[in-house]
Design a binder for this molecule. Structure first.
Ligand code: 3HC
Length: 705
């Protein structure tokens, strides 16, 4: 972060003192900012020529929070809570002039002011929950005094931002600027100063000035039983993450405690969370997300312009991609192979837009506009005007190669060709195109309009500006893009394959599917692996195993249980049975599966024993980390934190656990290595410790740095 020598300056507009924060990139409330604002405030209070104060920011935003990079260091005076108290106690009116995003500590500064005025495009929020924290400078105590407990609980527990119009409606701000924000804020501050002066002229000297101090306001009455129920729901939905519930309960405390007690209570809870593993994990994720798009080789490389995007194939994946593209404002051209398939694809796409409208997420007009921007047909010649074509056709090399060869004769030579393959080699697909350097992998996760992750796969030949184009498109789609090298399964599916194998080994070794699922759900996964396999369908992986059977390493341990389930027609939820049985939508443990597992263990000569939840988790994490270390060692991922992001955003890994590589650091790489060595001894080929893991464990280094 830029540490400008004077992040806070003071200007005068008539009798109004402007305290201006200029601390790029997001005006975070660093120590220098806090002390600068405090000094300026104290000076303005004692300056007789000043009647009121406005706090505003230069650059793209109002203060976007406490400075996360300073967490872990001694706070340094003035602390943010002390600054907020001092602002609130000021003898002259203080007005916050808000543009961009007033978040966390920035929102708390605004809450402590006597007036708040915002640009029409500004947003306010307390997103600390996303960092495993709660507001620590009065947010949970002042917000409910302005907007009531129910709305404040909602904001604190979800971290959602509130747009200026809603903030005005709810009383979070006093006005939306109609002209220049600073001028409007100055006029507002002058008005408050005038009111104050008039009130004090006729007043008893001992009477407090009638400045509207948020902390003095009563908490509006609310339905306590309804809030208690809501907090229960918040805690249940958080699945082990602490901050949403703790934040909601602190808001509730504002109704029963006076301001000083409420602030102390909030500060204690904040300090506990700041020291927690959960917050460390979520802060790791925050910085990991910002690092993911940084590709050294792409610095200064301009992306090719993309306005019109083609999607080949309108099955589940193609339709999801088309919807995501239309949502992001692209002109979309979809082509299927036959008229019937195109019709089916059109109704699939229309259905997804319609569902978004019915859920209230978008308006009917927006749904109609997105459909109008999408042309669906059955002739790939329609792709001629496309700047980018994404193929989402059947995952078969010959099919994809034929398509890329045909596309080469249709689209402009500078149009980018992207493959959404999950397992095929994009190099081989790209070789069929007239210019392989314009080929890139864009691996979406299903459903593509919902899942945030996209793996961007660079083939050996992808041109830098093509790679930059892929990142630019992913950014416009609001996706989290992670760069992956060309290897079987890329980052996610390659590691997932080790995860899956180790889960199946554990069945033979003594665990049952529901025990493994329970262990991972207790860890924070929304669904255990076997329930997920059933949901996704067992037949796809079975087909792949059969395809690869001829080339499989016979020295590697192979568990046949999944094959046996498939041979019995148990393909998962869609066939009513898989690892579990399904009746009326309910999942039930099946004694028949236990029998198959026990018989297979016997056939393999494995003596089953009970495996506890801790061992289940350690084996899974160690299997993932070993493969992750191999991927890093081979240069298939740029950094360990990218691997964490893949699992958090593509496979439901709880963000508050920080991802498998983060977990490995916390567990100790020595512990992970010992577990992998046990795997090698027990499971044989394929489970050799990754050289990078060995090297790091022995030298005491961590994946985090
Ligand atoms: N502290 C330190 N650095 C921050 C920061 C913060 N609060 N917020 C953002 N940054 C940094 C980012 O790390 C990034 O740095 P980089 O360029 O070196 O990678 C840079 O600012 C720009 O951030 P983004 O790439 O995220 O920029 P966007 O324009 O996409 O988003 C934003 C801007 C909406 C402000 C987003 O950065 C954001 O959500 N920031 C976090 C806000 C937040 O969580 N605030 C609460 C902090 S905790 C707190 O306030 C505790 C208090 O209650 C006591």
């Amino acid at each position: 972060m830029d540490s400008s020598p004077h992040p806070v300056t003071v200007r005068k507009r008539g009798a109004v003192c402007l305290i201006v924060i200029d601390h790029p990139p997001v005006n975070a409330a660093s120590h220098a900012v806090r002390s600068g604002v405090m000094q300026a405030l104290l000076a303005a209070e004692t300056d007789d020529t000043v009647s009121a104060i406005v706090i505003r920011c230069e650059g793209r935003t109002f203060v976007a929070g406490a400075d996360i990079r300073e967490f872990g260091q001694p706070p340094g005076d003035p602390t943010l809570p002390a600054l907020c108290l001092r602002i609130e106690a000021a003898s002259k009116p203080v007005v916050a002039a808000i543009h961009g995003t007033a978040l966390g500590g920035g929102c708390e500064i605004a809450l402590a002011c006597h007036g708040r005025i915002a640009d029409a495009s500004a947003r306010l929020g307390l997103p600390e929950v996303k960092l495993g924290l709660i507001p620590g400078a009065g947010g949970t105590q002042r917000l409910p005094r302005l907007i009531g407990v129910p709305a404040a609980v909602g904001m604190v527990a979800t971290g959602r931002m509130m747009a200026a119009a809603e903030a005005l409606d709810r009383g979070l701000i006093d006005a939306v600027a109609t002209g220049d924000l600073t001028s409007d804020a100055v006029s507002f501050a002058e008005k408050l100063a005038g009111d104050t002066a008039r009130a004090s002229e006729g007043a008893d000297a001992a009477m407090a000035l009638p400045l509207r101090r948020t902390g003095d306001l009563p908490v509006p009455p609310f339905d306590a039983a309804a809030i208690a129920t809501e907090i229960d729901v918040i805690e249940r939905k958080a699945r082990g993450q602490l901050s949403p519930g703790v934040g909601a309960r602190c808001v509730l405390a504002a109704a029963t405690m006076d301001l000083a007690a409420g602030l102390a209570h909030e500060r204690g809870a904040f300090a506990n969370l700041l020291a927690s593993e959960q917050s460390a994990a979520l802060r790791h994720v925050f910085f990991a997300e910002r690092a993911a798009s940084r590709v050294v080789a792409l610095e200064g490389v301009a992306a090719r312009p993309v306005n019109c995007v083609g999607v080949a194939g309108a099955g589940t994946m193609g339709a999801g991609i088309a919807v995501a593209l239309a949502e992001a404002g692209y002109q979309v051209i979809v082509a299927e192979r036959t008229q019937d398939a195109a019709e089916a694809g059109r109704s699939r796409i229309e259905g997804l837009h319609q569902r978004a409208a019915e859920s209230g997420r978008i308006s009917q007009q927006a749904a109609a506009a997105r459909m109008a921007a999408t042309i669906v047909g059955h002739d790939i010649a329609a792709f001629a005007p496309c700047d980018l074509v994404i193929e989402a056709v059947f995952d078969d090399l010959a099919v994809k190669q034929d398509l890329f060869a045909a596309l080469s004769g249709i689209v402009r030579p500078d149009a980018v060709l992207a493959t959404n393959t999950s397992y095929l080699d994009p190099n081989q697909i790209g070789a069929a195109a007239s210019q392989p350097e314009r080929v890139v992998g864009l691996h979406f996760f299903s459903p593509a309009h919902v899942m945030r992750l996209v793996e961007i796969v660079a083939t050996g030949q992808t041109a830098p500006d093509v790679l930059a184009t892929a990142f630019a498109v992913a950014r416009r789609l609001n996706k989290l893009a992670v760069l992956a090298g060309c290897c079987d399964g890329f980052i996610g599916n390659r590691i997932f394959s080790s995860y899956r194998k180790q889960c199946e080994y554990m069945l033979e070794d003594g665990a049952l599917p529901h025990e493994i699922d329970a262990a991972m759900e207790a860890f924070g996964l929304p669904m255990g692996p076997f329930a997920v396999f059933d949901l996704a369908g067992l037949d796809i992986a079975w087909a792949r195993r059969k395809r690869l059977a001829a080339t499989r390493n016979l020295a590697e341990r192979y568990v046949r249980i999944a094959d046996q389930l498939c041979e019995l027609g148990r393909f998962g939820q869609k066939s009513g049975a898989g690892w579990y049985v399904y009746e009326n939508g309910k999942r039930r443990v099946d004694a028949g599966v236990t029998t198959i597992i026990e018989a297979e263990a016997q056939r393999s000569g494995v003596q089953r024993r009970s495996i506890g939840a801790d061992e289940i988790r350690t084996r899974i994490i160690a299997a993932m980390v070993n493969e992750g270390a191999r991927i890093l060692g081979e240069g298939m991922a740029q950094r360990a934190s990218d691997i964490d992001l893949v699992f958090i955003n593509g496979y439901g890994w709880p963000a508050w656990r920080g991802g498998p590589m983060f977990q490995a650091d916390r567990m100790g790489l020595g512990t992970i290595l010992e577990e992998v060595e046990r795997m090698q001894a027990r499971d044989g080929a394929g489970w050799e410790p990754a050289p990078l893991l060995v090297e790091m464990a022995r030298s005491g280094r961590l994946f985090g740095g």
